[in-house]
Design a protein around this ligand. Structure first.
Ligand code: HEM
Length: 222
C-alpha cells in the first residue's frame, strides 16, 4: 500500500489501468468491425456477448468501471502533483521532447470521460433520443439498426469521429508512456516503441472512424 503513495506507484497504477483499457479498445474495434459484414455480422456478435452468463457480464462491467474510475482519479492527482513540482521538473521535461499530446493528457482524458459517458447512455443504456430500437428477423435486439440510425446524420457521425480523434490524441502519447512506465523502454528501444505506439493509435482512430463514416456515406447498408 505504501507503494501507491509514491509517484512511481501512482504512475504504475495509471499504466496498468490504461493498458487494460487499451486492450479493451482493441478488442472492441475488432468486434465492431463485424458491422462491415452487414446487419447479421454485428447482430450475431452482440447476441454472442449478451448470451454470456450474467455474473460474467456484471463482473466485466464492474472491472471496466473500476479501471476507468481509478485511471481518472490517479490521472487528476498526478497532473496536480506535476503542476506543483513544475519548477523542479523543468530540466527533465525539456529533455523529454514534449508533444501536444503529452502536454494535454488531462484535457484529452477529460473529453474522453464526457464522450464515454455519452457513449454508454447512447449504446449501452440506449437512452438518447432518435435511436431505432427494434428486433431483427430472429427476434433479437437489432444492434445494427440502432448503430446505423445514429450515424445517418452529419452531427451523429461527427460526434463519434471527434470522439475517436480525441482518443487518438490521448493514445498518441499514452501507449508509449505505458511502455516507459512498466520499464520496457530504454534509450535504444524508445524510438521504435514510440513509432509503433503512434501507429497503433492511428489504426484505432481510422478503424473506429470508418464505422460512422461508412454509414454516413452509405458504404454500409442494412
Ligand atoms: C465508432 C465507434 C464505436 C462504436 C460504433 C461503438 C459501439 C458500441 C456498442 C454498439 C456498444 C453496446 C454493446 C452492446 O451492449 O451490445 C458499445 C459499448 C461500449 N463501448 Fe463502444 N463503440 C465505439 C467506440 C468506442 C470507444 C472508442 C470506446 C472506448 C475508448 C468504447 C467503449 C465502450 C464501452 C466501455 C462500452 C460498454 C461495454 C459494455 O456494455 O459492457 N467504444 N460500443
Amino acid at each position: 500500500m505504501e507503494f501507491l503513495n509514491t509517484s512511481i506507484g501512482r504512475k504504475m497504477i495509471m499504466a496498468v489501468t490504461g493498458g487494460s483499457m487499451i486492450l479493451f479498445t482493441i478488442i472492441h474495434l475488432l468486434g465492431n468491425s463485424s458491422i462491415f459484414v452487414g446487419p447479421s455480422g454485428i447482430n450475431s456478435y452482440a447476441e454472442h456477448l449478451h448470451s454470456m452468463p450474467l455474473p460474467i457480464i456484471v463482473a466485466f462491467r464492474a472491472v471496466m468501471l473500476a479501471l476507468f474510475v481509478v485511471h481518472v482519479i490517479y490521472g487528476i492527482q498526478l497532473t496536480l502533483e506535476n503542476r506543483v513540482g513544475r519548477t523542479s521538473q523543468y530540466a527533465l521535461k525539456a529533455n523529454r521532447k514534449a508533444t501536444f499530446s503529452s502536454e494535454n493528457m488531462i484535457w484529452t482524458g477529460s473529453l474522453l470521460f464526457v464522450f464515454i459517458v455519452y457513449h454508454l447512455l447512447h449504446f449501452t443504456f440506449r437512452s438518447t433520443p432518435g435511436l431505432k430500437l427494434v428486433t431483427d428477423a430472429s427476434g433479437h435486439f437489432d444492434v445494427f439498426a440502432m448503430v446505423a440510425s445514429s450515424f445517418t446524420s452529419f452531427v451523429g457521425a461527427g460526434i463519434y469521429v471527434a470522439f475517436v480523434a480525441v482518443l487518438f490524441l490521448h493514445l498518441y502519447h499514452g501507449i508509449q508512456s505505458f511502455f516507459q512506465t512498466i520499464g520496457q523502454a530504454n534509450d535504444s528501444t524508445l524510438p521504435t516503441i514510440t513509432t509503433v505506439g503512434r501507429f497503433v493509435a492511428l489504426v484505432l482512430f481510422l478503424g473506429f472512424a470508418s464505422i460512422p463514416l461508412s454509414i454516413l456515406l452509405g458504404i454500409i447498408k442494412g
